[in-house]
Design a binder for this molecule. Structure first.
Ligand code: ATP
Ligand code: MG
Length: 563
């Protein structure tokens, strides 16, 4: 990746890099590093997956190796092409390129089947006719040995015949399974004759009706890594106890000269959200969010729609780092990373979310002028643009106060304030409607104070504004955190949905924005001055502009939490 060096900086090696560098020094695997990112296509990817993607692709880039993208697609009842497509799009959007073709565990179904037959013939696997509940109960607990199945000693020839009939579709789902014959007394429960194959009369999104028996994830994952020549199989901690099983399968099969090395690291979780695909799916299915890419979702597609950049997510992954200890990362770190990058790249524009009309009484109705403003003070090459200044303007309702306290440096009766890029104006009086809402604010301007004229006075407050004459309308969606609880999934007796924040979306429908935004296209990002970073929604179109707030200008989050 192009700007990897910049993102990595000069930090010290993480524990995975240390392992790899020691091995490279020893000449292991002929100095090759091959990693993979292995999602199950049963949902959209989230920010936790993003850190894993950055880690795996990052290691390959750092050590001039390769990184595969492989779908571990062993459960056709939960997998869909839609998920495959979204995952491919997300990985590419993050800026990574997988080595060669996309890979699928389902490409290895025949090889896995052949290996299973071999294991049966070697007396290492048997067909069990008992129902799943019985098999599970017989495993007992880690402190007491399990009960052996009455079918455990079935002769290989009989097992083989039954396994072939399972494959031919002769049996109903759930009536038989193929189990590895390992050790019913092992302290590692996963080694107590784990299931290798189950019958599922469910078409697979790739292999169609070719198979009605499907390999279990545990029988598939290690061999897939082996078949692909993966040198470093980096995964999350829950797989640590699976490692002996993966190795056992490889021992029974072929693998002697080379073995993928599994290295586990702790999941990264984010506060104020859920990361379980099952829960995210529930939110989508029940219509509690606007799809997987709802800007409040912790999914990569949600973050993209909200306006996050790939750079900001890669920076986040780098800052979070890798560790063996589970960590909950504060949402404010993710937002910090968004601001960090958007500040450099997002053009500044004027947008008024809750407009109130200002009339400058000493500015003639037939007068207007262009004032020049910077597109991005952080980026000299971004240039400037011209805004039309006229007698009637809109400012933010929030920026006016009738009875203002001393420290209020925005607009108040009798006080002066600068309109950004233009003049200092003084508020004289207001006009209200019948309900007592301020309808119009009357000001006078000081001709001598035009910005850039060289003789401008200083005042404490500067406000953003748009001209009534050429402002255009837009809808702006203001998001807050999706949950009110720091760890919504962490309550045993309460459904996580109880903690949804009912105020997580506020829609401002009649915002006024500067006319240049008419040509904003879905995905375009801006800084609305003084308000935050915003991104044109996928539904946004000329004449019906819709913007999502990515993040405010300051970290209000940490403050809210400590309240
Ligand atoms: P499932 O419960 O469906 O298995 P999963 O989150 O583990 O959910 P996978 O598709 O198996 O989803 O994940 C792909 C890879 O991403 C795995 O290697 C997994 O270890 C890693 N991963 C998943 N969640 C996180 C997380 N929160 N932090 C870091 N890595 C993660
Ligand atoms: Mg998983």
């Amino acid at each position: 990746m192009d700007n990897k060096a910049e993102e990595t900086g000069t930090r010290s090696l993480n524990f995975i890099e240390q392992i790899i560098e020691e091995e490279l020094a020893d000449g292991k695997n002929n100095g090759q590093v091959v990693t993979r990112f292995p999602p199950e296509p049963n949902g959209y990817l989230h920010i936790g997956h993003a850190t894993s993607i950055c880690l795996n692709f990052g290691l390959a880039a750092r050590y001039h190796g390769r990184c595969h993208l492989r779908f571990d697609d062993t459960n056709p009842s939960k997998e869909e092409q839609e998920y495959i497509d979204s995952i491919l799009a997300d990985v590419q959007w993050l800026g990574f390129h997988w080595d060669g073709e996309v890979r699928y565990a389902s490409d290895y179904f025949q090889q896995l089947y052949d290996w299973a037959e071999q294991m049966i013939l070697d007396g290492k696997a048997y067909v069990d006719d008992q129902p799943a509940e019985v098999i599970s109960a017989q495993r007992m607990s880690p402190t007491e040995p399990g009960v052996e199945s009455p079918y455990r000693e079935r002769p290989p020839a009989e097992n083989l015949a039954l396994f072939r009939r399972m494959k031919e579709g002769e049996f109903a789902a759930g009536t038989r399974v193929l189990r590895a014959r390992i050790d019913m007394a092992s302290p590692n429960m996963l080694l107590r004759d784990p299931i290798m194959y189950r019958i599922m009369h469910v078409p697979h999104y790739r292999t169609g009706n070719q198979w009605c028996i499907y390999p279990m994830y545990d029988y598939t994952h290690g061999q897939s890594d082996y078949l692909e020549g993966i040198t470093h199989s980096v995964c999350t901690l829950e797989f640590e106890v699976h490692r002996p099983l993966y190795n056992w399968f490889l021992d029974q099969l072929v693998c002697t000269e080379y073995r993928p090395r599994q290295i586990e690291f702790a999941r990264r979780n984010l506060s104020y959200t859920v990361m379980s695909k099952r829960m995210l799916l529930e939110l989508v299915r029940e219509g509690l969010v606007d799809g997987w890419d709802d800007p409040r979702m912790p999914t990569i597609s949600g973050l993209r729609r909200a306006g996050y950049t790939p750079e900001s997510i890669r920076l986040f992954a780098e800052k979070v780092g890798v560790a063996r200890r589970e960590i909950v990362v504060d949402m404010s770190l993710l937002e910090f990373c968004a601001r960090e990058h958007l500040n450099k790249v997002a053009p500044r524009v004027m947008a008024v979310l809750d407009p109130v009309r200002v009339v400058i009484e000493n500015y003639p109705e037939d007068r207007s002028e262009w004032v020049e403003v910077e597109n991005n003070p952080e980026d000299a090459s971004a240039g400037t643009r011209q805004l039309l200044f006229t007698r009637e303007l809109y400012i933010e309702r929030e920026d006016f106060m009738e009875d203002a306290p001393k420290k209020f440096f925005r607009m108040a009766i009798g006080k002066e304030v600068r309109l950004k890029g233009a003049y200092i104006v003084k508020c004289e009086r207001v006009e209200k409607d019948e309900q007592g809402h301020v309808e119009t604010i009357y000001c006078t301007m000081d001709e001598e104070t035009r910005s850039g004229s060289g003789n401008e006075r200083k005042v404490k407050g500067t406000l953003h504004w748009v001209s009534v004459k050429d402002a255009i309308e837009a809808e702006v969606r203001l998001y807050d955190r999706l949950f009110k609880d720091e760890d919504p999934a962490g309550h045993k007796d309460t459904d996580f949905k109880q903690f949804l924040n009912e105020n997580s979306l506020r829609v401002a429908r009649r915002c006024k924005v500067e006319p240049g935004l008419a040509s904003a296209r879905p995905g375009d990002r801006f800084q609305f001055q003084r308000l935050g970073y915003f991104c044109a929604d996928k539904s946004s179109a000329p004449g019906a502009l819709v913007f999502n707030r990515t993040v405010g200008l300051k970290d209000t989050w940490t403050k809210q939490i400590s309240k």
